[in-house]
Design a protein around this ligand. Structure first.
Ligand code: G3H
Ligand code: 13P
Ligand code: ZN
Length: 309
């Protein structure tokens, strides 16, 4: 099966009350861990690439790895640009074979966000590529932006209809209290499901995207801290909240930090137990296995998309 855009997968996810996992990829072991998990449970997938990942691994290498995953799995897989920050970057990814892009104009004034997003949509749709826009600002760090908690802002439901109709986007990322990275909540985890509900009412049937949706799995944080790391107070989005979001209008759930934690926790353990290890396969191999285990758990128990390929 060739790479797909997100249209069909979001339609089925909305109707079926589940979400597609959008996992960030940076190297071969991450691509393999994710796609082997999806193959075992027959789940559709979004593999997403940030501009940092593209700089780190090179566009062509990542595309070839994803093409290999496609050949090995025969699953519906979309390749998506995560947090595109300019028309030029989106164009370059579209021209280079991505089937979906995010244009993140969330830091811009409303009219400028609309103008930039519309420009990307016009170029992308002409080539059969789907586009995700964003309204509202998440706190946390991406490589292009670092949004402080004071500058974060929930999505305003009264703006979503105008944004979607004037831009023509295929999905919309919203801010309801999640944030990027491993330190999402100081106290109790809280998400504004009332805002999601209002948005869902204003845009019936329209796919919503949740960024910053790692659960920051405590076992990995404990393992990292036990084997020489230092991540006190790391906290993520509880799984039951993600299940609730997936049963509502959220069709795409973005996960990166949990993959990083799984990998780092595993590699730290290998070195703690065998400080003399110097064969990369002996630590990257177990890290790949742990990613596979984690992603299988997410697909089956959190996103609900196992068996939906
Ligand atoms: O939203 C941010 C993603 O986790 C990607 O992170 O920009 O460091 O690759 P990155
Ligand atoms: P996490 O940092 O919660 O994994 O979020 C990833 C993300 O939103 C990528 O766009
Ligand atoms: Zn994000």
């Amino acid at each position: 099966m060739p790479l797909v855009n997100t249209t069909e997968m979001f339609k089925k996810a909305y109707e079926g009350g589940y979400a597609i996992g959008a996992f960030n990829v940076n190297n071969m072991e991450i691509v393999q861990g994710i796609t082997e998990a999806a193959k075992e449970v027959n789940a559709p997938l979004i593999l997403q690439v940030s501009s940092g990942a593209r700089k780190y691994a090179n566009h062509t290498y990542l595309m070839k790895l994803i093409e290999a995953a496609l050949a090995e799995t025969d699953l519906p897989i979309a390749v998506h640009l995560d947090h595109g920050d300019s028309f030029e970057l989106c164009k370059s990814c579209i021209d280079g074979g991505f089937t979906s892009v995010m244009i993140d104009g969330s830091h811009l004034p409303f009219e400028e966000n609309i103008a930039l997003t519309k420009k990307v949509v016009e170029y992308a749709h002409d080539k059969g590529v789907t586009v995700e826009g964003e309204l509202g600002r998440l706190a946390g760090i991406e490589d292009a932006v670092n949004v402080s908690e004071e500058d974060a802002a929930f999505t305003r439901p009264e703006e979503v209809e105008e944004f979607v109709s004037r831009t023509g986007v295929d999905s919309l990322a919203i801010a309801i209290g999640t944030s990027h990275g491993a330190f999402k909540f100081k106290g109790e985890a809280q998400l504004r499901f009332d805002i999601l509900e209002e948005i869902q009412k204003k845009l019936p049937g329209f796919p919503i995207v949740l960024h910053g949706a790692s659960s920051v799995i405590p076992e990995y944080v404990d393992q990292i801290n036990k084997f020489g790391g230092n991540m006190p107070g790391a906290k993520g989005v509880p799984e039951e909240m993600l299940r609730k979001a997936a049963s509502m209008a959220v069709c795409k759930i973005n996960i990166d930090s949990d993959l990083r934690l799984a990998m780092t926790a595993t590699i730290r353990k290998v070195f703690a137990e065998n400080p003399a290890e110097f064969d990369p396969r002996k630590y990257l191999g177990p890290a790949r296995e742990e990613i596979k285990k984690l992603v299988k758990h997410k697909l089956i128990n959190v996103l609900g998309c196992a068996g939906k390929a």
